[in-house]
Design a binder for this molecule. Structure first.
Ligand SMILES: Nc1ncnc2c1ncn2[C@@H]1O[C@H](COP(=O)(O)OP(=O)(O)O)[C@@H](O)[C@H]1O
Ligand SMILES: [Mg+2]
Length: 291
């Protein structure tokens, strides 16, 4: 399994590289969003992270790779005509199923209730990987994966530059976050993969920090693995309100606590330092200044 995984990741990277060189374009950053436990906020983070990137002028595609409970389109209030199902069944090509949205990001809708093939065949996965490389004109591809570990989730993570693991302060979510980190560490041979952690639904900065320290310390101690703390997102009623209204919270209220947190996280992903009350860089000013 390890070997296959490494081969496929390698194959995808080669494809991406070849295309990038051919078109003389800059590299696409692939970010996988995962979690051990379901319902911790992966889809909301994926979409709003994509929006924050788009506000910086980046071309972003969100790929809904949650084949069991696909709902990127639901949160955006979009009813797609075609989705990953048609791609995997070879009825459509990837460019046919990429959707423009009113928010300046593009999405590839997932195939909900598709759990039967939640583990794709090798051939199906090959087709997908080949076509995914067509997306490489994007600056950022954000992959919203399903919770837990199937071969698909691991393949997507293996093909990514960053794996962002989402947890909440709930003990079960923390344990499961550690679980998926452990599986990533043992199954994936992508040494360049950046493992990152977001603590969602916190009541305070301290709570986020404590949860992150726990996960990071265990990963360091038992797996000898470095996990970066990307930041926290407040438990914020704006998020559930935004889901009900099928409008991303960054759009519904750019100044909501959760929205500000997402902007900080993008800043950190882009390695831009944010100094509280102090010399905020131009990048962050641009980011924070969006209405
Ligand atoms: N920061 C938050 N504050 C309040 N509620 C949240 C927050 N993040 C997620 N939620 C709630 O959790 C639900 C599940 O989020 P979702 O992004 O669909 O999770 P996942 O994709 O991991 O299953 C949302 O519909 C929302 O009601
Ligand atoms: Mg989801």
């Amino acid at each position: 399994m390890e070997k296959i995984m490494a081969d496929q990741a390698e194959q995808l990277r080669e494809l991406m590289k070849a295309r990038t060189e051919a078109k003389n374009e800059k590299k696409t950053r692939i970010i996988a969003i995962s979690s051990g436990k379901g319902g911790v906020g992966k889809t909301n983070v994926s979409i709003n992270l994509a929006l924050a990137y788009a506000q910086l002028g980046k071309k972003v595609i969100v790929l809904d790779a949650d084949l069991g409970l696909a709902n990127v389109n639901v949160i955006l209030g979009i009813i797609p005509k075609y989705n990953l199902y048609h791609l995997i069944r070879k009825q459509k090509s990837l460019k046919d199923i990429i959707l423009d949205t009113q928010y300046g990001i593009q999405i590839v809708a997932g195939a909900s209730g598709f759990s039967k093939i939640a583990n794709l065949s090798d051939e199906e996965r090959d087709t997908f990987i080949e076509e995914l490389s067509d997306l490489s004109s994007a600056d950022i591809i954000i992959i919203d994966t399903s919770a837990g570990v199937s071969n698909n989730v691991l393949d997507f993570i293996a093909a990514s530059d960053d794996a962002i693991i989402i947890t909440t302060p709930e003990p079960t979510a923390i344990t499961d976050a550690y679980g998926i980190i452990k599986i990533i560490a043992t199954e994936i041979e992508n040494m360049n993969l950046g493992l990152k952690l977001i603590v969602n639904r916190v009541k305070s900065v301290t709570e986020g920090k404590k949860v992150a320290e726990r996960v990071i310390n265990i990963a360091g101690q038992f797996l000898n693995l470095k996990v970066d703390y990307l930041g926290y997102i407040y438990d914020d009623p704006t998020v559930s309100a935004s889901v009900i209204r099928q409008k991303p919270f960054l759009v519904l209220d750019p100044n909501a606590k959760a929205s500000i947190c997402i902007k900080h996280i993008v800043g950190r992903l882009e390695k831009v330092e944010f100094k509280e009350g102090g010399g905020v860089s131009r990048f962050l000013k641009k980011l924070m200044g969006r209405r």
